[in-house]
Design a protein around this ligand. Structure first.
Ligand code: GLU
Ligand code: ZN
Length: 300
């Protein structure tokens, strides 16, 4: 059937360090998905969390993607360049009585916020965050790899849209920006699966369309930890991009032919686009990168 809406996907790294193997894995999955649908692949730098930003990381990420042949469409979108819009939407939500100031310190909070500041009146004297009022409705979506996912919003309770340090929270920014960039397909790591229902709830409140979601496995190390900047995952090696792309294609379970091993990056990516079959990753949550990358250890 003719699909009226062109595919618009994105990759949205945070500039909290150089691109590591785990992010390259997600980047390639989202790139292949977009390109195999003749879609657009946009790049957004999620740089609102100022204390976590590392100087030079954004440029280093762009350079790395370029070396790996992952060329994006349109100009790079920086969240930090358009901060006013978040505040405008926040003011709107406040007027509608959907958010409220919360002065609670992290210490007195357990995992789920009880909503103890909900009924307070007036502007607090102490620094405060803004939380969104939630209830115990169930939000479901059909993930393209993980199947039907249902979460009760009460799992996370009233969540923060703007932090005490005035920083716009990830959950809020991502929803506004995916809408602003007209993203209709989100491909990202399994670690963000449980954030999705909160994002869908926000989309519903704001009257935005919900994109389709595909949560791909995260790469874990030999100890079973997710590769991330927090676990000090090192930057990807730029000396031999072909070798790395081949390894990523393998870990994406695409079974690249051995002959391709010596091919230049562009040729490898073209092969990847042509043969891209994400269903091979169905229900897969994590994949470990062993010292011998030909040995795959797949956790379901
Ligand atoms: N910026 C987020 C991260 O680096 C990803 C945002 C997203 O894909 O929704 O983990
Ligand atoms: Zn509170």
């Amino acid at each position: 059937m003719f699909d009226k809406q062109p595919y618009i996907g994105r990759f949205a790294p945070s500039p909290s360090g150089p691109l590591h193997f785990g992010s390259l894995y997600t980047a390639l999955a989202s790139f292949l998905q977009a390109r195999s649908k003749q879609g657009l692949w946009l790049l957004r730098i999620d740089d609102l969390d100022i204390p976590r930003n590392i100087k030079g990381a954004a440029d280093s990420i762009l350079k790395t993607l370029d070396i790996f042949g992952l060329h994006w469409d349109q100009s790079v979108f920086y969240q930090s360049q358009l901060v006013d819009i978040y505040q405008e939407v926040l003011d709107e939500l406040f007027k509608e009585n959907l958010i409220y100031p919360c002065t609670c310190s992290r210490k007195i909070l357990t995992d789920i916020y009880s909503g103890r500041c909900r009924e307070k009146h007036g502007e607090p004297q102490n620094p405060y965050a803004y939380r969104l009022k939630t209830d115990s409705r169930v939000i479901s979506f059909n993930d393209e790899l993980q199947g039907l996912i249902s979460y009760n919003l009460a799992t996370h309770g009233d969540f923060i849209l703007k932090r005490k340090d005035h920083i716009i929270a990830y959950q809020f920014a991502v929803v506004i920006d995916d809408n602003r960039q007209q993203i209709n397909h989100v491909v990202r790591g399994y670690d963000l699966l449980e954030a999705t229902p909160r994002q869908i709830y926000l989309q519903q409140i704001l009257g935005f369309d919900t994109p389709r979601y595909m949560h791909v496995p995260v790469i874990i190390d030999e100890q079973g930890y997710k590769l991330s900047k927090q676990t000090l995952a090192t930057a990807v090696d730029l000396k031999n991009p072909s070798k790395i792309i081949y390894e990523v294609l393998t870990l994406l379970k695409q079974n690249p032919p051995t002959e391709l091993q010596q091919a230049p990056v562009t040729e490898m990516l073209n092969w990847g686009i042509k043969h891209w079959d994400p269903i091979l990753l169905k229900s897969c949550r994590s994949i470990s990168r062993l010292s011998n990358p030909t040995e795959l250890n797949v956790a379901m």
